[in-house]
Design a protein around this ligand. Structure first.
Ligand SMILES: Nc1nc2c(ncn2[C@@H]2O[C@H](COP(=O)(O)OP(=O)(O)OP(=O)(O)O)[C@@H](O)[C@H]2O)c(=O)[nH]1
Ligand SMILES: [Mg+2]
Length: 324
């Protein structure tokens, strides 16, 4: 594989970003592919578009598999479009192909979405990584943000750790629960209550929806004092019921974040986490590349396994070598 001259790549990436910023759908799709595949052009594009990000409202939609997240995201997409917003949807590791068909129950809504150039849906695989967010989710969201999408929904199947992860990537987190979930509330209450800004009780057409609502009200009443205002809403995504109220709650949450200064605080926190994670990743990658190349890692590992060297001393030697 012969590397192409970096200058040419950079020119191509910048040209793509120019077209993306003008709203060209094909440029958007191309940049997304470059970014998702971790290419050098993708990185250059991200660098060029980053200062155009930060406008979108990012909304996490998380919950158990089959709880109706995609159906709900589809309804919300329509509702936001009705309100004049442009929409991006990132479906992380969807268990079924995320087509506009799977997206919505009824045909009329489906058609009104699939013909709409202002709705952009992207599916991503986690590629076997642990956690609910694919490695490039944050970057994909940034691309959609720069492309001018007003609301970007991130759908993930959540369970415990994943929910925490999505909450750190999105400004507003909607946790979707269903009365069919049974003991789900017991199992997930600790994790959920911490990250949910809004609890949507979907499939509220099923029996026991009211019981679940009551249970959740009791739980959120007990929740930590710094998160007192978790909204609990009932929805029937297949019929679009409760969707306008859910959209209201999502918008209201963003307004509150902004007014309280919390949005700014979260942005700083997110930026710090991102910079440190990338730095850690780069450092480690560099360290391992060198240590593997000269066989030093293997040598140290063997010494530790033979109990000639303790792991702390070995790690220290690995680092010292890299620092030199
Ligand atoms: N009765 C009822 N069924 C619903 C409702 N919302 C969604 N469903 C159905 O539930 C099933 C799963 O819906 P999806 O939207 O694909 O659920 P999901 O959470 O995105 O599923 P995964 O992406 O596989 O985790 C579909 O058959 C929907 O038609 C609802 O409000 N009531
Ligand atoms: Mg889905």
């Amino acid at each position: 594989m012969t590397p192409r001259p970096p200058q040419a790549d950079q020119g191509e990436a910048e040209e793509l970003v120019r077209r993306l910023l003008k709203g060209e759908r094909r440029a958007l799709a191309r940049v997304l592919s470059l970014v998702e595949n971790g290419t050098a052009e993708g990185r250059q594009a991200l660098a060029a578009l980053y200062r155009h990000t930060g406008r979108a409202h990012t909304v996490g939609i998380t919950g158990a598999s089959g709880s109706g997240k995609s159906t709900l995201a589809g309804c919300l997409a329509l509702e936001f479009r009705r309100r004049g917003r442009t929409v991006g949807v990132v479906a992380v590791d969807p268990s079924s192909p995320f087509t506009h068909g799977a997206f919505l129950g009824d045909r009329i809504r489906m058609q009104s979405l699939s013909g709409d150039p202002e709705v952009f849906v992207r599916s991503m695989a986690t590629r076997g990584e642990l956690g609910g967010l694919a490695p490039m989710t944050v970057e994909v969201v940034a691309v959609l943000d720069a492309a001018g999408k007003d609301v970007i929904m991130i759908e993930t199947v959540g369970a415990g750790q994943d929910e925490v992860e999505i909450a750190s990537a999105a400004e507003t987190t909607v946790v979707v629960l269903t009365p069919a979930g049974g003991d789900e509330v017991q199992a997930m209450k600790a994790g959920i209550m911490e990250v949910a800004d809004i609890l949507a009780v979907n499939k509220a057409d099923l029996p026991a929806a009211e019981a679940l609502m009551a249970q959740l009200r009791a739980l959120t009443g007990m929740a930590s004092p710094e998160r007192p205002e978790v909204s609990i809403l009932r929805t029937v995504a297949t019929k679009g019921e409760g969707v306008a109220e859910l959209a209201d709650a999502i918008e209201e949450h963003r307004r509150r974040l902004e007014a309280s200064g919390e949005l700014e605080r979260q942005r700083l926190e997110r930026a710090q986490r991102q910079v440190l994670a990338l730095a850690r990743h780069q450092l480690l990658a560099g360290l391992l590349r060198d240590a593997e190349r000269d066989g030093r890692l293997e040598e140290l590992v063997r010494s530790v396994a033979r109990r000639e060297l303790d792991p702390y001393a070995a790690a220290q030697r690995l680092i010292e070598r890299a620092e030199r």
